[in-house]
Ligand binder design. Structure first.
Ligand code: GLC
Length: 373
């Protein structure tokens, strides 16, 4: 063999998994679902560092859901996991509750056995924010070194690593540094796996648009889209002032005034209530998602909408379905893969009192495929 040819072959073999992999893998993700449970730190006890957030019995039942997600037609499952709940807070870091890791491993296996693409998502590593060191770069990188080592032999075509869900209370620059450190750590351990990376400000769309991609070519960029927020989070106790008292927000706006809850007066929630007519316009929502797509085209990187959906506590199913239709049809037209938040808890697509996807939700999901053709 001519030496020059040999050098080319050797060089090609040494190249990190190419940007092509990320594009191809994103193209296969299609319709996705979030399988929430293992991130729910609040199910555990504070004095145990929330390490007891799961129980073996409950986890076993949950495992059966992956096959159902696949049967419902979803191709991808994003599995939020609070790995931090099972690790020490101080250096030298170590696993304090390895049983949680076993359950996480079983979930990933169940997803793969069901034929799904699995996104292993480090979720809520900051927990209740009472311990500052919980989400330090050293700790997050240590967690990922361990997790990537555990999963590195799983098929890189079907297992992706999402480095951190919704970083917040962190400046853009500080997040970038943390992300770079984590990306480097994972890449050393798992050269072929695609990473899913979002930006500061809760993985917001705007934060992504304001940011630049990272140096690693094998990344799918993610953002979350819960607009219009006062519709999707009416009744939510964790998301903003006055939201727990916000009820009967229709989708789209119907001309009736929405009462501003007392606790929301003078806040950003009141502002969003004032803007609801524009915010709930499907054309405006399409344009929002189009701006994300334009960013991906400009930088030649693939994107993935990792979370969208609506809380079912007060929102009416018919309104929730119309909202889902607006988003799914836009995603189909723009060809953006996505994952609905969430399968079988408060944001689920189920018909009231059942564990079956409501027919009007199915109609919304189908718009993705129809619009994509
Ligand atoms: C984020 C949070 C999750 C919440 C969801 C909807 O993913 O991590 O806890 O349920 O958004 O607000």
């Amino acid at each position: 063999m001519r030496p020059i040819l040999l050098i080319i072959i050797l060089l090609a073999a040494c190249l990190p998994a190419s940007a092509q992999s990320a594009h191809e893998r994103a193209a296969r993700m299609g319709l996705g679902m979030n399988f929430s449970y293992l991130e729910n730190w609040w199910l555990g006890k504070k004095e145990k560092g929330y390490s007891d957030l799961t129980s073996a019995g409950a986890a076993k039942k949950k495992e059966a859901e992956f096959a159902k997600i696949a049967r419902a037609g979803f191709k991808t499952v994003r599995i939020p996991i609070n790995f931090g709940a099972w690790a020490s807070l101080e250096k030298p870091y170590r696993w304090t509750s390895p049983e949680g890791l076993d359950i996480a491993g079983r979930f990933v296996k169940a997803a793969l056995d069901a034929g799904l693409i699995a996104i292993v998502d480090l979720h809520h590593v900051e927990m209740d924010r009472s311990v500052k060191a919980a989400d330090s770069t050293d700790r997050v990188a240590w967690i990922w070194k361990e997790i990537a080592s555990r999963y590195k032999d799983l098929d890189p075509e079907r297992v992706l690593f999402e480095i951190r869900n919704e970083p917040h209370d962190i400046e853009a620059g500080a997040w970038r540094k943390q992300a770079e450190a984590v990306i480097k750590t994972i890449r050393e351990v798992a050269p072929k796996h695609t990473m899913v990376v979002g930006f500061h400000d809760w993985n917001s769309r705007q934060a992504m648009i304001d940011s630049k991609p990272f140096d690693d070519g094998n990344i799918i960029y993610t953002f979350h889209y819960y607009d219009p927020f006062i519709f999707t989070h009416q009744g939510a106790t964790w998301a903003g002032p006055g939201l727990p008292d916000l009820k009967q927000v229709p989708f789209p706006a119907n001309g009736n005034a929405i009462r501003v809850p007392d606790k929301a007066r003078g806040t950003w929630i009141a502002e969003r209530i004032g803007n609801y007519r524009e915010d709930s316009d499907a054309v405006k929502m399409f344009d929002d998602l189009k701006a994300a797509k334009t960013w991906s085209e400009k930088h030649k990187v693939p994107i993935f909408l990792g979370e969208f959906g609506s809380f079912g506590k007060y929102a009416k199913l018919a309104d929730r379905c119309r909202h889902a239709e607006a988003v799914y049809s836009a995603l189909g037209r723009l060809n953006i893969p996505s994952a609905w938040w969430e399968w079988d808890a408060g944001f689920s697509m189920y018909d009231e009192g059942t564990t079956k996807i409501a027919p009007c939700m199915q109609k919304a999901i189908d718009l993705f495929t129809i619009a994509d053709q």
